[in-house]
Write a protein that binds this ligand. Sequence first.
Ligand code: SF4
Length: 423
Amino acid sequence: MRTVSFITLGCKVNQYETEAMEEKFVQSGYKVQGPDDLSDIYVINTCTVTNLSDRKSRQMIRKCRRNNEGAIVVVVGCLAQTAPQDVEEMEEVDIIIGTTGKMDVVDAVEEFDGSKKARVESLKEVEFEEMKVSKIEDRTRANIKIQDGCNQFCSYCIIPYARGRIRSRDINNIREEALRIREQGYKEIVLTGIHVASYGKDLGDIALIDVIEEVATIEGIERIRLSSIEESALTNEFLERGRTTGKLTDHFHISLQSGSDTVLKRMNRKYNTREYKDTVERVRKFFPDAGITTDIIVGFPEETEEEFQESFNFCKEVNFSKIHIFPYSMRKGTPATKMKQVDSRVKKERAKRLSLLEEELRYAFMDSFVGKDLEVLFEREVDGVSDGLSSNYIRVEKEAINISNEIMKVSIKNRINDKLRGI
Ligand code: SF4
């Protein structure tokens, strides 16, 4: 039996696509092994979101070749798509596939005759590539990819070039996959994509909320989570219909990137802080306990101390339950690289200041649930203590065994560092 190892870099969409490729190999009679095992084939699903991700992707390619000089090394994904020639020049690489055609990976391996092959398509006319994932190992949450591509062209982001224009998955195929996932006993589904909020824009008369409602009709699926969402999608109608399903989790990851209007403009983001704040208030009207999480870039080119302070104050005002902080990292090929860069020490110092605020806000949010009840989907158990996530994305633990994959009400007693504890 031929063996294959996978190495996945980057986002949830890449993880999903790796799962789909693994399944293809298994169906074709291959054995999937761990990433460090000695295998006949290595598939590296690359990421290119920052220069650092490029570097890591290349390191992994070299490492796989070192693992087995005689293996077939396949490089797929975003780095292969945006820099096919560079990847082709790497002597460690045998087969190159971009962000489309990942489902042809087994054919590419079986047709390999020893001479380097590149299969990188132009993304101009591509359609949503249907993939099937029906077996997910070791987790209580299953991702379903519903969308690909992005039309936003934020000034720091390479993704529209790596993933192409937006394209949405057929709702019937989403339903079928959700049914398969339910059959395996999963209770929570995460709807994921590159820019989930744009779901349906290429299809016409359908939108993300229709997908949520459709999946919500499936008995046994108890929770539907969105991997992230854009502020403009969270209209009164969306929130009302989402709440009515009774299954949409009250956790919204709404990427802000900066709380300064002038920085947002330079980033080519399509909203301002007033609109963002209005959205958050709207969300809290429909979901009073909502966990609102975000991403913030600090030290974006030309960011002044005043702009950083505006961003800092805005984060405080919005009262996020968690912030992912990214010191700006240059991405070759994007307009932001041509702007005046902020000194790396300044970036570090700003990231540190914001992370102190982040911890304060996160703990205050968690503490506000002490004395209340939270519904928790339990995931794992260590030494008689089980833990899992609440609907609004707080990690909660309680003393109990054999409750993995159960949703239970927990009465919260206190907080221990990054977890709430209850009975
Ligand atoms: S919305 Fe902006 S940051 Fe997100 S993938 Fe699209 S271009 Fe990149």
